[in-house]
Design a protein around this ligand. Structure first.
Ligand code: FAD
Length: 287
């Protein structure tokens, strides 16, 4: 099923992201974790794509398995960094053959070991969006950044570029993680002012380990509210307490989003069924 149909049909959707294994040796353990999330029957699930296509086969295998074994619709991520037009067409043919109807079209970042120029056939995600649109038959999503993309001079420029991506055929946007909902509300106002009218799905990351927090800040440059920093300072050395506090903080963000009229929320569940279960249980009377 296409995600735009799911979003129209359901009042509120709560979806979860999983990632495929980087090396084949870990396949079974990762598949088990991803299927553990699928068993909990979220509205849909997304499956990420390793840097420069390093997990391509596994992304598709896990996305297909989730749909076929658990009846949960999936969206496969696809990046165009280092890719050729022919390679992208082949990837889309493979998705179609696997029954995947939703794709998150991303530029990606230069892979660490990539030699040469990684942006030849594609420079930005909007070009990938246009090619997927031309290929046809897919519901296309894209990424956006409430605190600005790290390469952007400013958020105004970033939102103007986002508009190009939507104009190219992007049907919804999923945000980078954020830990202060006011940042999201402010971003949403600016996106709407710029004439972008597709659904903007907030991405929520439950932080259950202090190292996850450091990675999140390093990768996305996102702002960390003092309130959350104090939680990590206090419970960071107690794994069970940190997990509980991380789930509660993320759930609190989700409740606030729903209370403020946001209908579709995506959770970066990091292949942790126990985190997904914790969030779902805390929302059982709300969703
Ligand atoms: P773009 O939309 O192309 O934007 C990249 C930069 O270029 C921005 O600064 C933008 O302002 C600028 N720009 C865009 N268009 C133009 C233009 N026409 N002219 C000038 N400047 C322009 N990475 C992975 O490798 N695998 C994943 O599975 C993955 N999943 C993700 C999921 C989400 C929800 C998010 C938020 C990110 C994800 N990423 C993933 C990370 C993403 O690939 C990186 O953040 C990457 O740096 C940007 O990708 P993009 O698609 O947002 O790029």
């Amino acid at each position: 099923m296409k995600l735009n149909e799911i979003m129209l049909k359901n009042d509120v959707t709560l979806s979860f992201e999983v990632f495929p294994p980087k090396v084949t040796a870990n396949y079974e353990a990762v598949e088990k974790a991803a299927y553990g999330v699928a068993k909990l029957q979220p509205s849909y699930m997304s499956v990420t794509y390793g840097a420069g296509g390093s997990t391509r086969g596994n992304t598709l295998k896990i996305a297909k398995g989730i749909q076929e074994e658990y009846g949960v619709t999936t969206i496969a991520h696809l990046t165009c960094v280092g890719a050729t037009k022919d390679g992208i067409r082949q990837a889309l043919e493979e998705m179609k053959a696997a029954g995947i109807e939703n794709v998150l079209a991303l530029r990606g970042d230069r892979p660490k070991d990539f030699e040469g120029e990684p942006f030849t056939d594609y420079h930005y995600a909007s070009e990938l969006v246009a090619d997927i649109k031309e290929f046809g038959g897919m519901c296309i999503g894209g990424a956006c950044y409430p605190e600005g993309h790290v390469e952007s001079q400013n958020t105004h420029e970033d939102i103007q570029n986002l508009k190009k991506k939507v104009d190219a055929g992007c049907e919804f946007l999923t945000t980078q993680m954020f830990f202060d909902n006011n940042i999201f509300y402010n971003f949403l106002c600016r996106v709407r002012e710029a004439g972008i009218d597709v659904p903007v799905i907030p991405g929520i990351m439950p932080i259950t380990r202090p190292s996850q927090l450091q990675n999140a800040i390093k990768l996305s440059g996102c702002n960390m509210p003092i309130r959350f920093r104090s939680i990590v300072d206090c419970f960071g050395n107690n794994p069970e307490a940190m997990q509980q506090a991380g789930i509660i903080y993320a759930t609190d963000q989700i409740i606030d989003l729903i209370a403020n009229g946001i209908r579709h929320i995506h959770v970066y569940s990091m292949n942790k069924p126990e985190v997904v279960r914790g969030i779902q249980e805390s929302l059982s009377k709300i969703i």
